[in-house]
Ligand binder design. Structure first.
Ligand SMILES: NC(=O)c1ccc[n+]([C@@H]2O[C@H](COP(=O)([O-])OP(=O)(O)OC[C@H]3O[C@@H](n4cnc5c(N)ncnc54)[C@H](O)[C@@H]3O)[C@@H](O)[C@H]2O)c1
Length: 264
């Protein structure tokens, strides 16, 4: 039975990933700093079929927390998979950025996944066990938006952390990948969005919004045996929204080009 550790598991994408892993009968450690939501989420994960559920309340902004979480989770059972889903995406316009706001976003979104990955790698290498790590990036690294400088920078760093970790840890049997979701509504107490924003960023070539389960499916696939030769990859799961903008009109304003139109 696999033991999966998921941070940010009290809500949203982390919780849905926990439910997906539970449906496969995995043992799951759910980590979050929202104790009430974590307890509710753990009930859902139990009902979904998890072999065992362990919860850890931790504030991953603290530098010691990721290592302590891995140690506590390892004591519950050796860890096979780490999903770093805890994250914040506050609206912080450029002119209102401060050192504290910037650091908060980087510490939870990038430093915590890095520290948790390093702590896990030390343990699996010492015991000669393989492991899979799945980080969560975002489409904002390709097309940012107003108020997302700190967030976009953090997710760009997550993608390079993913590649660096994959490069250095592959020889120890540790695979490291990321999922880059497009916007999906998660009804989050810590990451609220307006209806106006939600409608604007839900547009994509497939024409319908994504769900947390679309993202959870990709996380489970990257963590599992069918992705055994995949490492350092970022899987974009976004309904095609990162491909471009359908709001841009045809350059000639018509689908029938004149015969002498230049190619390209
Ligand atoms: N929902 C989306 O549209 C979307 C798109 C792209 C990327 N993402 C990324 O997916 C991940 C999950 O986001 P979500 O949409 O599910 O949000 P969410 O708010 O539903 O879940 C995030 C969870 O992380 C927890 N958390 C936040 N700060 C924490 C801290 N300091 N210590 C411990 N736990 C903490 C929260 O309590 C929450 O349960 C994030 O990394 C986010 O950046 C989300």
């Amino acid at each position: 039975m696999e033991h999966i550790v998921i941070t940010g598991a009290a809500n949203g994408l982390g919780l849905q990933a926990a439910i997906r892993f539970a449906e496969k009968g995995s043992a799951i450690t759910m980590v979050d700093f929202n104790g009430d939501r974590l307890a509710e989420g753990a009930e859902q994960v139990r009902r979904a079929g998890a072999a065992k559920v362990n919860t850890i309340i931790a504030d991953l902004r603290n530098a010691d927390a990721p290592g302590e979480v891995i140690a506590e989770a390892w004591a519950f059972a050796p860890i096979d998979v780490l999903v770093n889903s805890a994250g914040i995406y506050p609206s912080a316009p450029m002119l209102e950025l401060t050192a504290a706001r910037w650091d908060d976003v980087q510490n939870i979104n990038v430093r915590a996944p890095m520290l948790a990955s390093v702590a896990l790698a030390h343990r699996t290498i010492a015991e000669g066990r393989p492991a899979a790590i799945v980080n969560i990036s975002s489409t904002v690294i390709l097309r940012t938006r107003p108020g997302a400088a700190a967030y976009s920078a953090s997710k760009s760093a997550v993608e390079m952390l993913t590649r660096s970790a994959a490069l250095e840890l592959g020889e120890y049997g540790i695979r490291v990948n990321a999922v880059a979701p497009g916007f999906v509504a998660v009804d989050s107490p810590i990451n609220p969005v307006t209806d106006e924003y939600s409608a604007a960023v839900s547009m994509n070539p497939l024409g319908h919004p994504g769900t947390p389960d679309d993202i959870a499916a990709a996380i489970v696939w990257l963590a599992g045996p069918e992705a055994s030769w995949v490492t350092g990859s970022v899987l974009r799961v976004d309904g095609g929204s990162s491909t471009g903008s359908r709001a841009t009109p045809l350059s000639w304003g018509t689908t029938s080009l004149p015969d002498d139109a230049p190619v390209g």
